[in-house]
Design a protein around this ligand. Sequence first.
Ligand code: FA5
Length: 344
Amino acid sequence: MSSELVWSKLQELLAEGLRSVGDATDENALVAVQKKYLGKKGSVQAYMQHMRELAPEDRPKLGALVNEVRDKLEAHFAAAEQALRDAKLKADLKLRRVDLSLPGRSRSRGSEHVLQATQREMENIFLQMGFEIARGPQSEWDFFNFEALNFPPDHPARDMQDTLMLENGSLLRTHTSPVQIRTMISYEPPIRIIAPGTVYRRDDDVTHSPVFHQIEGLHIEKGLNLTHLRGILELFAKSLFGEKTKIRLRPSFFPFTEPSVEVDIACIFCGQKGCRLCKQTGWIEILGAGMIDPNVLKSGHIDPEVWSGWAFGVGVERVAMLLHGISDIRLFFESDLRFLKQFN
Ligand code: FA5
């Protein structure tokens, strides 16, 4: 083929390509045209095969011309593609009508969970009294959860708190009391801490949840006795439930305290006349407490001849139920917004 012929054929090809682009009415058609003219095996590229037939001085000209044709076609394709997209968008927008008179969609704001708020309120009371916050792990060793707290290996009190064992031999802690031992081992007395956290037990009814929260209190100082414990707990109950709130201490048993007590508050629902929530007794239990057993102080490397201490463990859910008059503990964990929103 002579070079003149190649030139004119290429010009024809360009004109034909441009026409085909103009005829393509949708994206698929455009892609097909693009492939036909510009693909690896496309018509423009095919002209390079004529290179060998040309005089050597004409060959660079052919390369330049093929490039020029390709560039022109490419620019045309890009413009056509954009035009098709614009047309599609325009048609799409035409179909949608924005009704400015409709109310806007507001985003609902999250808020603190009622249990979190209750825990914070309880913590603040003790923080104001000079207690500090300590924390311990939820997967705990038998030593801290039971052994150091004076539960002998076969003690029946372990059964009451039966819980999940983990593969590495630890367990899900059944109370926040292990933080007592961890704190005693790590700090020199005097010690005044509260330890809030999640605990786990094999419990499940309207007032007992398998996962719940406690706040442990621990005070170690010289010369402490039960009246100090009583004084602090009375102040705590009055701050939470009101100035007129009465508390009572009942003898109880915990392996790690001696003497041990269970603390009740006078029923705030019926004014002690007797109701469903206090089971007609006029009193509602909120926590366990006592003077720390000397064996426990020894487990914590503290000399019981020099130091004495008291401790308590209060249930956060129990307090929240009392504060808000809730009779089923499971409501806290169901994440039903109709229930949760009433506390905002
Ligand atoms: C204890 O857990 C002791 N560790 C408390 C303690 C600490 C005593 C320091 C002495 C010194 P108890 O099992 O009674 O005790 O639980 C304490 C409180 O946790 C209860 O009064 C109750 O408020 C709450 N509680 C116990 N079990 C559940 C449960 N399954 N669901 C919700 N709250 C619970």
